[in-house]
Design a protein around this ligand. Structure first.
Ligand code: SAM
Ligand code: SF4
Length: 335
């Protein structure tokens, strides 16, 4: 496709992650730095739905095919279902799917309307199946509410429902068989995300556990069969637990980075285009819009963001690695 947006390294950019809010109703320690060190955007600083729609439309015209809504916690943004409906109209000009990553706290409340308005896929973050540990890592005793949201999403027959768990050594690596049983019980994919370093998130080698270790542990008890990748830029390597409908996925962004096939660009809640999750570059697209910029001006910023997208992030496991290079903590970028 000749008008497909590509970055300076020739990678196709067809995936836009839109953070709709940088606040959250949980306090996951691996994501959110201590409150006193973080500043959140005021409402007036957030992109409006009209602004998000305008950027998304131009991005779709340039070749974006998947939009993932994230945050902070996307379901905290008022009338988020309306935004999903607005973005769904972009399917007429080439958008293929609208997805969301959520902590699931408000999923029960919104899932039916989200589905009606065009949401096709939900990733629910659950890092532990133990209620006490859930409270410890998130700050709130709400595991049951999250599981209820997950069950509602499954009952609503959303096309794709997955669970994401950040693997943290000494915290949840002893729950790997419980997660496998959970995947089997619900017939879903549970994906382990390698713990990544971001400013102020307490990352250290001692807390890092590579996917390969988790996979080897799982294979002591289960037979795993690799699933074919659906697309080259897929971040997760998925395995069926043989004889069941449960699957386990590994997102090995630290031990086996997938930068060479990265197809993603990010839009922050406060209106910055972020070409790379771990990079410092941010292009202020909101400023251009609020200064009366034209659609062509917006197109040019998107092109520029693609042109400054770095080839890859540094090796976090190298002895030379000192501190995260990301411009912001994860909660203010959106995973
Ligand atoms: N609040 C929503 C949620 O928790 O799903 C969406 C935003 S959250 C930043 C998006 C994803 O990033 C979640 O799956 C979360 O577990 C993941 N995440 C946050 N910090 C991370 C880190 N340091 N390493 C790996 N994944 C992380
Ligand atoms: Fe909130 Fe999601 Fe970050 Fe947890 S991972 S603090 S739920 S944004």
């Amino acid at each position: 496709m000749s008008n497909q947006l590509k970055d300076q390294w020739g990678r196709k950019i067809d995936n836009l992650r839109i953070s709709v809010i940088d606040r959250c109703n949980l306090r996951c320690q691996y994501c959110m730095p201590v409150l006193s060190t973080i500043s959140f955007s005021d409402k007036s600083e957030l992109l409006t739905y009209e602004e998000i729609y305008r950027i998304a439309k131009i991005a779709v015209e340039m070749g974006v095919r998947t939009i993932r809504l994230t945050g902070g916690e996307p379901l905290l943004r008022r009338e988020i279902v309306t935004l999903v409906g607005m973005l769904a109209s972009l399917k007429q000009i080439g958008l293929k799917s609208i997805k969301m990553t959520t902590n699931g706290i408000f999923l029960s409340k919104h899932i039916n309307q989200l589905k009606r308005n065009g949401l096709e896929s939900v990733n629910v973050s659950i890092d532990t199946l133990n209620p006490r540990k859930f409270e410890k890592i998130t700050g709130y005793p709400l595991l049951n509410q999250v599981i209820e949201g997950l069950e509602k999403a499954l009952n609503a027959e959303i096309k794709e429902v997955k669970v994401n768990a950040v693997a943290i050594a000494g915290f949840n690596d002893n729950e790997i068989y419980d997660f496998a049983e959970f995947a089997i019980q619900y017939g879903i994919t549970v994906r382990f995300i390698e713990y990544m370093p971001f400013p102020g998130n307490g990352w250290c080698l001692e807390k890092f556990i590579p996917s390969a270790v988790l996979k080897a542990k799982l294979e002591k008890k289960y037979q795993l069969q690799q699933e074919p990748s659906i697309e080259p830029s897929q971040t997760s390597r998925n395995y069926r637990i043989v004889g069941t409908d449960g699957k386990i996925g590994f997102i090995s962004s630290v031990s086996e980075p997938f930068c060479s096939t990265c197809s993603r660009m990010r839009l922050s809640a406060d209106g910055k285009l972020q070409p790379c999750l771990h990079g410092r570059e941010e292009l202020n697209i909101k400023k251009i819009i609020r200064n009366g910029g034209s659609d062509e001006d917006i197109r040019q910023v998107i092109l520029k963001a693609a042109n400054v997208k770095s080839r890859g992030h540094e090796d976090f496991l190298s002895p030379k690695f000192r501190r995260p290079t990301a411009a912001r903590p994860m909660i203010r970028i959106g995973g």
